[in-house]
Design a protein around this ligand. Structure first.
Ligand code: PHB
Length: 363
């Protein structure tokens, strides 16, 4: 089933394979602008039926990593047009991941104090300017608890970013609600100690994400909106959250009537936490619409998820870094190039090396 087209009223893709979103930090400076080299990188990988771009900050304050491509200036929109055209030329679809990192930032990257549900910082590092010059990992900054006005402004920023994405030629937007970033911190007790309508009860903690999804869907159409979550991942938190699974299952029930393009699960960032079979069944019971799963999948495990109807689309991240022709390699059972220490060194920042110079397989 991996290679058969996916088609429903919301989304049509030439196969079931997606390229997962991955930060590569190779924009043109100044201004964090998407460029021709990025278009080449994505075009090489547009054998995937659906490409999800690296996270694109929706605003300056939503930025947590230097040199990631924004979607909030005209230069960003014009730069992204090169990428969407290149992917469409290959007959594939492309969604842009809309990103607000919340507290996982520092004012030397975001320009102002990072925003969070509550003024709580945990030990954490992000990619930014080093005091001694150059870029590297720096400790995050104490965040500011968001006011109602901050929340309203952020929803408006997401809506504007989605409109910008439509202008740039994207087929849709994926709202990043995973990995300890803004919406994830609102959903978890450890980071959300608010006593207003966005904190306390489970319904209150999921409100900001749901309101944002609805506002964006109202603007560009639910079929052009997706959301990424990571209930099993503790990235950006100290502890696991005893209620997060229930919070998310309830959220999926509420999201289902919005008829989104897909619901995307991430199961592997710094640590792989595969969801249980019973969780996947519970999700299917409350969520009848398209589901995408990402996280350390192989051809075999991806196929199994499709066969069991736990996923409609399967996403691959690091395999796409080193195997631009991943779909062809799967089709012919050709060997994959591993994601080794060298690949890791050239993941963030730099030029063509380790970015657009991975060859296609030659028998
Ligand atoms: C990363 O750059 O390592 C990164 C970025 C965004 C994510 C996860 C990881 O959602």
């Amino acid at each position: 089933m991996l290679f058969t087209a996916f088609s429903n009223t919301r989304l049509k893709t030439k196969n079931r394979i997606a390229m997962a979103p991955m930060t590569r930090s190779r924009t043109s400076q100044p201004g964090d602008v998407p460029n021709e080299m990025m278009a080449v990188y994505y075009k090489q990988r547009a054998n995937a039926g659906l490409v999800v771009t690296e996270g694109a900050p929706i605003s300056a304050v939503g930025r947590g990593y230097s040199m990631t491509p924004g979607i909030y200036t005209q230069a960003h929109i014009d730069g992204w047009k090169k990428v969407t055209t290149a992917i469409h030329d290959e007959g594939s679809k492309v969604f842009i991941q809309l990103w607000h990192v919340g507290r996982r930032s520092h004012s030397s990257i975001s320009g102002e104090q990072p925003l969070a549900p509550s003024a709580i910082k945990v030990p954490d590092q992000v990619f930014g300017p080093l005091p001694e010059g150059g870029f590297g990992m720096i400790e995050t900054e104490q965040p500011k608890a968001m006011s109602q006005r901050d929340i309203d402004n952020t929803i408006a920023d997401f809506v504007q970013a989605a409109k910008n994405a439509m202008e740039a030629g994207f087929d849709g937007v994926e709202i990043h609600a995973a990995h300890g970033y803004l919406f994830d911190t609102f959903m978890r007790l450890e980071s959300n100690q608010r006593d207003d309508q966005y904190g306390g009860s489970q319904e209150n903690r999921m409100r900001f994400m749901l309101d944002t999804l609805k506002a964006v869907a109202d603007e560009i159409g639910g079929d052009k909106v997706a959301v990424r979550v990571s209930p099993h991942v503790t990235e950006g938190f100290v502890d696991e959250d005893a209620e997060i699974i229930q919070v998310m299952l309830t959220a999926f029930e509420k999201i289902a009537p919005m008829n989104l393009a897909y619901l995307h699960f991430s199961e592997n960032i710094s640590r792989h936490v595969e969801a249980s079979e019973s969780f996947r069944q519970q999700v299917r019971e409350v969520y009848p619409n398209p589901i995408m799963v990402a996280g350390k999948l192989t051809k075999a495990t991806a196929q199994e998820l499709l066969d069991k109807n736990y996923a409609d689309l399967v996403a691959f991240g690091t395999p796409y870094v080193t195997n631009p022709d991943l779909v062809e390699r799967f089709k012919h059972n050709w060997p994959l190039t591993g994601f080794d220490a060298d690949a890791r060194l050239t993941l963030y920042g730099g030029g063509e090396e380790g970015y657009i110079d991975y060859p296609e397989y030659r028998a």
